[in-house]
Ligand binder design. Structure first.
Ligand SMILES: [Zn+2]
Length: 427
């Protein structure tokens, strides 16, 4: 039996089931909900009445059936969520900036904003102050009802320590060893904060916005580093400590460069944006690289990586060579993971794919032609719709999803530990 959620503003498990059904299928009716959930029509009607009273759901135009089948000609009441009834902010830290999105209950992004970070080596408190300012600006700009904002979801690169106050030791972000990020941001914003590994957050976002159920997929998130989020039959795979999916630390070249994790030749050390830029400079020399427009500063690595993507498209063979090599490294690791997990989709996203996403997608599509399951089911590869905001969007979705979803049992235990509520929940 799956465990439900106990957050006070949603209530019981069945209510979460019904609300999730309405959210995923706008325009559905009480009768359809009863059929889909296995609940009696009376139970569904009671729950819908409570959801209407709470303002989470609204009744729409009465639709007429098309005349085919039973109930022909009878009007019915279409149900949908009230988009503004619950909102969440998603925040994603990258080396150079913080992204934030404001997500409404229907899954629509109603605001997007970005704040540059002062310096990768800036004190964490300063970084958090910038993020808090961004959250306030985003909520204010959207004209949103502040009382409807349920919390802030934060996507940060792993590894995360969920055992106490959530601590991030993001190895890509210098100075982020043992940072109690949730505490700091909750204090700075006055909102409950939920922390999620960025790749897992991106996977949650893709799951939450999809009308389909029963999905198994790997989300490959390329930011400053490379991470993976795993969803099996709609359940998020988290592992013992919430850090499952670290595909960036699969060794692809045992003689390769040292990785901050302590190993050598990890995928991240040979194929992440910084590694691609470094390889390009090794091949052409720094003078030529600068003449090509690369700035070669630590904080410009994503911009430099974008520039290489553009140059490769415009005929720079060395740029194309290093990007293709990285794309193939990613593809080989992903193929291995696909074979281990038997997923049928790979979704790509993150700021590191802004200009080279199609190149990685093509490399993956080619490699996946040898997937073990290829004759049982195809493995589709696509670029995620949320693009580089995928982590932020997913973290916001996780805040709403924690209370709304009936299909996401796997996430409850760790998430419950990391929700910090400095203020009373809003009803
Ligand atoms: Zn590593």
């Amino acid at each position: 039996m799956r465990r439900g959620t106990n957050l006070p503003w949603v209530g019981d498990y069945n209510q979460a089931v019904v609300l999730d059904g309405i959210r995923r299928h706008p325009g559905t009716s009480r009768t359809e909900l009863a059929a889909a959930t296995g609940l009696t029509l009376q139970t569904v009607s009671n729950i819908v009445r409570r959801l209407l009273e709470r303002g989470l759901v609204q009744e729409g135009v009465a639709l007429l059936r098309d005349g085919a089948g039973r109930g022909a000609g009878k009007p019915r009441t279409a149900l949908s969520v009230r988009p503004g009834a619950a909102l969440a902010v998603g925040v994603q830290f990258e080396r150079e900036h913080v992204d934030a999105v404001l997500l409404d209950l229907s899954g629509v992004v109603v605001g997007v904003d970005r704040e540059p970070l002062p310096d990768p080596l800036a004190p964490v408190e300063l970084v958090v102050a910038h993020a808090a300012g961004l959250v306030r600006r985003l909520v204010g700009a959207g004209g949103a009802d502040e009382g409807a904002v349920r919390g802030v979801g934060v996507a940060v690169p792993g590894p995360l320590d969920f055992t106490g106050p959530v601590r991030s030791s993001a190895i890509n972000l210098p100075g982020w060893r043992g940072v109690a990020i949730a505490d700091l941001l909750a204090a700075a914003t006055g909102l409950p904060v939920l922390v999620e590994n960025d790749a897992t957050a991106a996977a949650v976002g893709d799951l939450w916005r999809s009308p389909r159920t029963g999905r198994s997929f790997l989300y490959v998130h390329v930011g400053a580093g490379i991470g993976g989020g795993v969803v099996l039959r709609d359940e998020v795979l988290r592992g013992d400590s919430g850090n499952a999916g670290e595909i960036g630390h699969v060794v692809v070249d045992p003689a390769g460069p040292r990785c901050p994790c302590g190993s050598r030749g990890c995928l991240e050390a040979v194929a992440a944006p910084a590694a691609v830029v470094r390889r390009y400079v090794e091949r052409v020399g720094s003078r030529t690289a600068r003449a090509a427009g690369l700035r070669l500063a630590g904080r410009t690595v994503l911009d430099d990586h974008d520039l290489l993507g553009a140059r490769a498209g415009a005929g720079d063979r060395e740029a194309a060579r290093v990007l293709d090599a990285a794309a193939d490294d990613v593809a080989r690791v992903v193929l291995g993971v696909v074979n281990v997990l038997d997923v049928s989709e790979v979704v790509l996203g993150g700021a590191g794919l802004r200009r080279s996403g199609e190149r990685v997608r093509a490399a993956l599509a080619a490699r996946l032609g040898t997937a073990m399951t290829r004759e049982v089911h195809p493995v589709a590869v696509r670029l995620g719709e949320a693009g580089e905001q995928a982590g932020a969007l997913g973290a916001a979705g996780a805040v709403l999803h924690e209370a709304l979803s009936s299909t996401w049992a796997g996430v409850h235990a760790p998430v419950r530990q990391v929700v910090i509520s400095p203020v009373a929940p809003v009803h």
